[in-house]
Design a protein around this ligand. Structure first.
Ligand code: GDP
Length: 299
């Protein structure tokens, strides 16, 4: 909790510090105060639609005298953010092996680091974990994944640069199944300048995985960089329309005041955040828990 709180401090200063500044010395809630709040939320990357929704609800509660003073209002905002973030964030439970996680996202968002952190988490739980190097577009991506895998102590199934990523991942599924692996985490390319090719490639990967395991991939995790603010929202839309994202991993929360973006993404797309990254260390990835997150933000 302490590391999470430290990691979230910039977002917390911006959003909750901002609320406190607006409320300072105020005894009652007037329209000026609500407008200041609205502006604060938008500049905190909560997103316009979600901001308007929250402020409208608040305005209604104020007029009905449910909220009588700034202190009650602050608690109500905390509750509203908690409610928005409270989607089922657990990983899908399955009986078959391996558990296949496809990790998607644009280059630079922290995909490789996230895969390593996830692999470590599963390995620490005693699960036999293997990676698949599905970003065959860049030799550096395969090398990077291998370096991280060596650090964690898990194997990588890979082929040479330029091979068909769907074939690499298909082979990885077959091999992980044959060797009795519990978890297979597959990396994918993230070159968004060729968006259509990339989305077709991802669709093909999902199709070939299903040839071997119809229920898989069990999770398609989209890695988003919190520092990219509203860009993260458009990435979430593109990827979820193309391949049906089952969960979001929001990284780099430690380096940004734009962590409020999480609220808008979950509210608009109804995709749960399953993990958050708040630092470069291996342990700086945690399963997302709305209560802990909101407490770390507000306390
Ligand atoms: P990829 O291109 O998406 O595979 O991105 P990488 O995993 O190579 O990460 C890009 C950079 O972001 C690296 O310098 C990582 O150390 C850094 N990074 C990844 N996750 C986090 C995080 O949660 N917090 C911080 N501060 N840096 C991170």
């Amino acid at each position: 909790f302490k590391r999470l709180k430290e990691g979230l401090s910039k977002t917390s200063n911006k959003l909750v510090g901002g609320i406190e500044t607006i409320f300072f010395g105020k005894k009652e809630i007037d329209e000026d105060l609500l407008e200041e709040l609205e502006e604060l939320f938008v500049t905190s990357d909560v997103g316009v639609n979600t901001t308007l929704k929250i402020i409208d609800e608040v305005r209604d509660e104020v007029s009905r005298k449910v909220l009588k003073n700034p202190e009650e209002l602050k608690n109500s905002i905390k509750d509203k953010i908690f409610n928005i973030l409270s989607l089922d964030n657990s990983l899908k439970q399955v009986d078959e092996k391996p558990y296949v996680i496809l990790v998607v996202g644009v280059n630079g968002v922290g995909k490789t680091t996230t895969i390593a952190k996830l692999a470590k988490m599963f390995k620490d739980e005693g699960l036999k974990t293997v990676l698949a190097a599905g970003d065959t577009f860049r030799a550096a991506a395969i090398d990077q994944l291998q370096i991280w895998a060596d650090r964690v102590g898990v194997p990588v199934i890979k082929q040479k640069e330029g091979s068909d990523p769907a074939a690499v991942i298909y082979d990885a599924v077959v091999s992980a199944k044959a060797k009795g692996y519990d978890v297979l985490i597959a990396d994918t390319a993230g070159r968004l300048h060729t968006k259509f090719n990339l989305m077709n490639e991802l669709k093909k990967i999902v199709r070939v995985i299903k040839k071997e395991m119809p229920e898989a991939p069990h999770e398609i995790l989209l890695v988003l960089d919190a520092t990219s603010g509203q860009n993260a929202v458009s990435q979430a839309k593109i990827f979820s329309e193309a391949v049906g994202v089952t969960g979001i991993v929001l990284t780099k929360l430690d380096g940004t005041a734009k962590g409020g973006v999480i609220v808008g993404i979950v509210d608009e797309l109804k995709i749960p955040v399953k993990f958050i990254g708040f630092g470069e260390k291996m342990d700086d990835l945690k399963p997302f828990d709305a209560k802990t997150f909101v407490d770390a933000l507000f306390e």
